[in-house]
Design a protein around this ligand. Structure first.
Ligand code: GLU
Length: 304
């Protein structure tokens, strides 16, 4: 049995962006996050990451789908849009410490500069880091509201991941606040996870490369970094991320094919090697069978 922790102070979470319906890969990630949390005595929290890309009705459907396959969570669902003062306070703290600067670059400029030889993949090349006062005034006068970036003191950081082991990745001068005033994803996640007592982050492995940035940022804010488990994604037959066009990818699509929520849970369990063909399983059974070591390392290929 995995090591037990105090559920009053430790939590895991699922943090969907309400930009559309959850597909089976998202549900599988949610199931894994629930199993990781519940098997260790943690609370399980749901946080809606609604700082951008909100599609009306998506949140309600996402929460209903989680509940329909039987996942339960503790306390109220938290919304990032209701927590802006927390992000403001964290940004102000970094500003006071001299760890921020304004960035006037357009997306296109960043892409061009970042594709220069020797630039670490996906890293901001630091174009606006050392502007003189005069240069900054000139750019401010151009009218484009600047983004606020972190003045990072390293270009790499190492995190511990339950599935990937020690993982070292790029840290760059990440955006803290976008030009439109919205707190950036990396900042909000770090602030929320710590504020909510989340010490175990289970999510898709497309975010593994963000973990070093986030853990580094947590340290600068005096916050503990969580442990991570980045789980394999669901891909379509071509090896691309699962999307709507790949067939019956949502619970509602599956229902139209006559698949009950129990059938879908069974399919997710099978994809994790936790149920036999044709076997219907409950979440309690899955919790009994759960062994984090046996999470498949490879993506789940979904064949429509
Ligand atoms: N909201 C993010 C997403 O839906 C997940 C963020 C996270 O788990 O840190 O992709």
């Amino acid at each position: 049995m995995p090591k037990q922790v105090d559920g009053t102070t430790h939590a895991g979470r699922f943090a969907p962006s309400p930009s559309g319906d959850l597909h089976l890969g998202n549900l599988r990630t949610a199931l894994l996050a629930w199993l990781f949390a519940r098997s260790t005595g943690r609370r399980f929290l749901v946080r809606v990451e609604d700082l951008d890309r909100v599609r009306p009705g998506a949140e309600e459907r996402q929460l209903a789908d989680l509940a329909t396959i039987g996942l339960d969570w503790d306390g109220d669902v938290v919304h990032q849009s209701a927590r802006l003062p927390l992000y403001d306070a964290a940004i102000a703290r970094l500003q006071r410490a001299g760890l921020t600067y304004e960035c006037f670059c357009t997306r296109k400029e960043i892409l061009q500069a970042a594709s220069a030889p020797h630039a670490p993949a996906g890293a901001y090349p630091g174009t606006c880091r050392n502007l003189t006062d005069a240069e900054r005034d000139e750019r401010r006068a151009s009218g484009r509201p600047p983004a606020l970036r972190l003045r990072a003191g390293t270009d790499k950081f190492t995190v511990e991941d339950e599935l990937h082991g020690r993982y070292t990745g790029t840290v760059d001068d990440l955006v803290l606040r976008r030009g439109d005033g919205t707190p950036a994803y990396n900042l909000a996640v770090v602030v929320d996870d710590a504020a909510q007592g989340i010490d175990q982050v289970v999510r898709g492995d497309d975010l593994l490369s963000s973990a070093p940035r986030q853990a580094y940022l947590a340290g600068l804010l005096g916050l503990p970094a969580p442990t991570y488990a980045h789980v394999p994604l669901a891909l379509n037959a071509e090896g691309k991320r699962l999307a709507k066009r790949d067939g019956a990818v949502t619970l509602a699509d599956q229902a139209e094919l006559g698949q009950t929520p129990a059938d879908v849970l069974a399919a997710l369990a099978r994809s994790l090697g936790m149920a036999a063909d044709g076997e219907i399983v409950t979440l309690t059974q899955l919790l009994d069978r759960w062994d984090p070591e046996s999470v498949p390392a490879d993506p789940w290929i979904f064949h429509g």
